[in-house]
Design a protein around this ligand. Structure first.
Ligand code: FAD
Ligand code: UDP
Length: 382
């Protein structure tokens, strides 16, 4: 619960910086399994990190930091989160606006059929893509991943402009892992994700986080920057889920993060678009995608709320930028982190990894298992 610590010098077993998935999962585990006292601070005024959701002025549930769709192959992660929420079944579908036509994305047989006016079964689609693909001895970048799978033309139509806008750099300067998130398909599956479990928290992410940290041993101070409390709160251990380079005063230079500016509108109509997200790969459109929340949440409302995303370098750090030179810079910070006793760095920003929510939950459960093992060892006699 939110708290004030005025009037005494507080002391906790754990101080956790950041109330996103990484911070909340660890707080919950430490309090409920090890009976540790935990203080979470977040410079934002709410719980949930980037997965926070809230109702806008029209009463429509929306995601202020961009659309968050839960998907995982991990039964363990699903089971863990299911202690704090029920789920709404939801399979995400995305359309790409290519020259004013809305085509399924990732590229599938329907995309190819609509674009080229051909009929394709799986074998024919594979042959069609192979005939356009550029063979490569070595696939090094995100550009290579796409061009080697689907060729130059489809790369230009679906990836080139979107990626330049999203990352502020060419796909040739991004790790393979980025474009590998959305591979082309040779069937008509038009779901964005193919994970075994795909769903949304029934009452939203924020409600889930609130239940996670609703524990007598957990205190939460929203609107509090770590820098302002680090000397005034006693704690045996620090868990830091903010940007790792910021923790160390950017001593080796700044790690690049990509940010987003969100333009949120409520429209006087029931629906705007046929699916939750429409992507705009064209370089002539300044935003990357438009999200219409009611598709995600299942909410009924006479009006509809939508958000456009404009990528930018300035603003909150949303995306670590996967590229070799950034990985090399991160490794220097990682080595420094390993030599910093009493502090655990974790989460998307703390470990500079382009992680989805389920990966952060899995990472946090592993970090907790390590802490629990160490604590059990230290409790052994002799
Ligand atoms: P965060 O959520 O970033 O939390 C870190 C917290 O630390 C922040 O709240 C920050 O305010 C706080 N903090 C940092 N420094 C300080 C400080 N000095 N003092 C106090 N507080 C501090 N994942 C999916 O699985 N599916 C999706 O559909 C999806 N969509 C996404 C869309 C967007 C636009 C973005 C940006 C991400 C998306 N993700 C998605 C990824 C998901 O947001 C992350 O995996 C997850 O939220 C990371 O959790 P975290 O706790 O590591 O970090
Ligand atoms: N991408 C693209 N065109 C699209 C959608 C995605 O070029 O229409 C590329 C782009 O580089 C993007 C990456 O694929 O950053 C991964 O897409 P994803 O939807 O996973 O990104 P996220 O949801 O994390 O923003």
């Amino acid at each position: 619960m939110p708290c004030s610590l005025a009037g005494r010098r507080p002391s906790f077993d754990y101080l956790i910086v950041g109330a996103g998935f990484a911070g909340c999962v660890l707080a919950e585990r430490l309090a409920s399994q090890l009976d540790s006292s935990v203080l979470i601070v977040d410079r934002r005024t709410h719980v949930g990190g980037n997965a926070y959701d809230r109702h806008d002025a029209a009463g429509i549930l929306m995601h202020p930091y961009g659309p968050h769709i839960f998907h995982t192959n991990s039964q363990k992660v699903l089971d863990y989160l299911s202690r704090f929420t029920d789920w709404r079944p939801y399979e995400h579908r995305v359309l790409a606006d290519v020259g004013g036509r809305l085509l399924p994305f990732p590229i599938n047989t329907t995309t190819l059929e609509r674009l080229y006016g051909v009929r394709l079964d799986a074998d024919a689609a594979a042959a069609f893509l192979a005939s356009r693909a550029t063979p490569m001895a070595e696939v090094r970048s995100s550009r290579d991943v796409v061009v080697s799978q689907v060729g130059e033309e489809l790369y230009r139509l679906f990836f080139e402009g979107y990626t330049r806008k999203q990352w502020g750099r060419d796909a040739a300067q991004l790790d393979k892992s980025v474009a590998s998130r959305v591979p082309a398909r040779t069937d008509a599956d038009d779901r964005y994700f193919v994970d075994k479990f795909q769903c949304m928290p029934l009452h939203g992410y924020t409600r889930m986080f609130e239940r996670m940290i609703d524990h007598p041993k957990i205190r939460f101070m929203p609107g509090t920057d770590y820098a302002d409390v680090r000397r005034s709160i006693d704690h045996a251990h620090l868990i830091y889920t903010g940007p790792v380079d910021e923790f160390f005063g950017h001593c080796y230079g700044r790690l690049p993060y990509r940010s987003l500016r969100f333009e949120h509108t409520t429209l006087d109509r029931e629906w705007l678009q046929p699916v939750a997200v429409v992507n705009y790969p064209s370089p002539d459109v300044p935003y990357t995608r438009t999200t219409e929340y009611k598709h995600l949440t299942g909410q009924s409302h006479a009006r509809t709320s939508v958000t456009r995303e404009y990528p930018t370098d300035a603003g909150d750090p949303y995306y670590p930028v996967p590229a070799p030179e950034n990985a090399a810079l991160y490794r220097r910070y990682e080595q420094l982190a390993e030599r910093t006793p009493g502090v655990t760095f974790t989460g998307r920003l703390g470990t500079y990894r382009y992680y989805n929510m389920d990966q952060v939950v899995a990472q946090s459960l592993s970090v907790f298992a390590r802490i629990a093992r160490a604590s059990a060892l230290s409790a052994l006699p002799g």
